[in-house]
Design a protein around this ligand. Structure first.
Ligand code: SF4
Length: 280
């Protein structure tokens, strides 16, 4: 059973978003950096593009689908939720002229050829990654890492990734304090997938009359996170609305999607696949 794994209570220590295991020295946002993309499209092949709930929501809107419809049509739930690939290994959204979802492409695609490393105390560093061996892109010294991120419209995606990571840390603490078994089954994992599905959760909770359902992606992210935090508070206050085993599964699945490493998700990763998020 894929998700019936021992899930032990360790604080998420750090996470890393990157395209390969190969890293060089760490850099801050003020470091000199530039990358000249020549649109050879090599970097959109043979990569596991893992998706967090915000990235799913952005891509779903791009395709005119709900998040659950998008997951069914364009993703696979393997080690985390990943974009499908064609038989040739190309990302399913790669067209003849490049990315067909460019305005809503995931964070790892925006970061490439950088990897981003974040500690639980929010300390952030970046790596230069080794591009595809046949890539025609070249590193330059035309600006800074911060300017490169801005040019890729990465900050909103970074903020979303960090917000979900903070919830993951809070959920981790909550589960630790509960002191219950954290084993979870495939049924728990299914429930966790629903918990992490933005549109499903918002539709469920906005049935309450006083909550307005916004169509703005960032407002919906805030609403989704509000509901996720409520799962932690609700359990304490008025009886359990979500089982600890479901939260444990959600932490594990979200942790994989966010690239959390060296923690409890390590066992899941060891059993199910590679740890790194791959970039376009
Ligand atoms: S940029 Fe990312 S989403 Fe777009 S085609 Fe490449 S891998 Fe796919």
């Amino acid at each position: 059973m894929l998700f019936e794994l021992a899930y032990r209570g360790v604080e998420p220590a750090e996470r890393v978003l990157m395209a390969t295991n190969e890293t060089r020295s760490s850099h801050g946002r003020d470091e000199v950096f530039g990358y000249l993309c020549r649109r050879c499209l090599k970097c959109c092949h043979h990569k596991n593009i893992q998706l967090n709930p915000y990235e799913v929501a952005r891509l779903a809107r791009n395709r005119g689908l709900t998040t659950s419809e998008f997951r069914a049509a364009w993703t696979d739930q393997r080690a985390g939720l990943v974009l499908r690939q064609t038989e040739s290994g190309a990302c399913v959204f790669l067209g003849n002229e490049g990315c067909t979802v460019h305005p809503d492409r995931p964070l790892v695609c925006r970061l490439y050829p950088l990897g981003r490393h974040v500690r639980a105390d929010d300390n952030e560093t970046f790596f230069h990654l080794e591009p595809h061996p046949h890539s025609r892109g070249t590193f330059t010294r035309s600006g800074t890492i911060g300017e490169f991120l801005a040019s890729q419209d990465a900050p909103a995606f970074i903020e979303a990734s960090d917000d979900y990571f903070r919830w993951l840390c809070a959920a981790r603490r909550f589960v630790n304090q509960a002191g219950e078994s954290e084993h979870f089954t495939a049924a728990d994992a299914e429930a966790a997938i629903e918990l992490l599905d933005m549109d499903t959760m918002i539709a469920r909770h906005c049935a309450a009359p006083e909550i307005a359902e916004s169509l703005d992606a960032d407002a919906r992210r805030a609403l989704h996170l509000r509901f996720l935090y409520q799962q932690l508070h609700d359990e304490r206050r008025e009886g359990r609305s979500v089982a600890i085993s479901v939260l444990a599964a959600a932490i594990c699945l979200l942790g994989i999607s966010l690239g959390v490493s060296g923690t409890s998700v390590g066992e899941a990763l060891a059993a199910n696949g590679p740890a790194d998020q791959n970039s376009g």
